[in-house]
Design a binder for this molecule. Structure first.
Ligand SMILES: [Ca+2]
Ligand SMILES: [Ca+2]
Length: 225
């Protein structure tokens, strides 16, 4: 009897572990990574210009090598990303051959990890600083209005999830985000049942998964006793 009680406790413990693992998995599927898009115009052997910055959702790039670096300053720490601007343009000549011609200005967009405490951006060519931008309230000025470089990703105090702010947030907020295409945000089709079917399907498949786990545990329990 004592033995059985211990075994039963163990089963409860493992059920809890499995359930929490499933919950963690669900959470990860919905985790959206925030990124900062930095568009640069770099003059060969000269100054660089930070043309545009924008917060977005998506993937970051790999910036490990190159003679240029972009430094994100968070006040307490800095992060350095290395890259090589492309000063060549590939063209097709009269004989239909590819040829690279040199261009005076390279245009690059970098996709970097973003967090709210970002303070300034610096671009270096070797050790020489070629561009600097202090962010200040550029990405969010907390005035209740969604403008300029602000969007829901970087400025939730001013922008709603369904704002026309250049980023598509395909989340359930009962509104159509005008930045999304119809297949990105189901709330844009005006046919909410389609959206509900989707979420219900997901919900049922998760219930199904939990059901299988529980049935398996009951089966194991009956087999042992
Ligand atoms: Ca604002
Ligand atoms: Ca939007």
């Amino acid at each position: 009897m004592k033995e059985e009680g211990r075994w039963y406790k163990m089963k409860i413990k493992s059920t809890l572990i499995i359930v929490s693992m499933v919950l963690v998995l669900i959470n990860n599927v919905y985790a959206i990574e925030r990124i900062l898009e930095v568009s640069l115009e770099i003059a060969k052997d000269g100054e660089a210009k930070i043309n545009n910055i924008k917060t977005n959702t998506g993937f970051t790039g790999n910036y490990n090598t190159g003679n240029y670096s972009l430094v994100l300053d968070y006040g307490k720490k800095t992060e350095t990303y290395r890259f090589s601007p492309n000063f060549y343009l590939r063209i097709l000549d009269k004989e239909s051959m590819h040829r690279d011609i040199e261009i005076p200005i390279a245009r690059e967009t970098l996709y970097l990890p973003y967090s709210d405490d970002l303070f300034s951006i610096k671009v270096l060519n070797g050790v020489e600083t070629v561009a600097f931008l202090s962010l200040g309230s550029l990405l969010c000025n907390n005035d209740g209005l969604c403008q300029k470089n602000e969007n829901f990703v970087g400025c939730q105090s001013d922008c709603n999830s369904y704002e026309k702010d250049g980023v598509c947030m395909n989340i359930k907020d009962d509104r159509c985000d005008p930045d999304c295409s119809k297949d990105q945000d189901y709330e844009c089709t005006g046919n909410l049942s389609q959206f509900n079917i989707k979420t219900n399907n997901l919900r049922y498949s998760l219930y199904g998964l939990l059901g299988i786990v529980i049935l398996y545990l009951i089966y194991r329990y009956l087999k042992k006793s």
